[in-house]
Design a protein around this ligand. Structure first.
Ligand SMILES: [Zn+2]
Length: 76
């Protein structure tokens, strides 16, 4: 069950609550003042380590600084 963060509309208290996916859009009630609390969009899921999108060219061991090709028999 995922955990969600809520912020109380009334007293501003932030708290976390476990709840099933099917009830994710329901408001929670503040544990301090019992008023309605809105869900804060999850921060940690936005920052999950999925930054493997870029495919930087990897120097394959045989390249050199003066030529960009992987086999530099032309520049030596
Ligand atoms: Zn409250």
């Amino acid at each position: 069950m995922p955990i969600y963060e809520f912020c109380c509309n009334e007293c501003g208290l932030k708290f976390e609550q476990l709840r099933p996916m099917s009830r994710v859009d329901e408001d929670a009630s503040c544990p301090r003042c019992n008023n309605g609390a809105k869900r804060i969009p999850s921060v940690f899921s936005a920052f999950s380590k999925s930054s493997g999108g870029e495919s930087a060219p990897v120097g394959g061991g045989s390249g050199c600084a003066t030529c960009s090709s992987s086999s530099c028999h032309s520049c030596h």
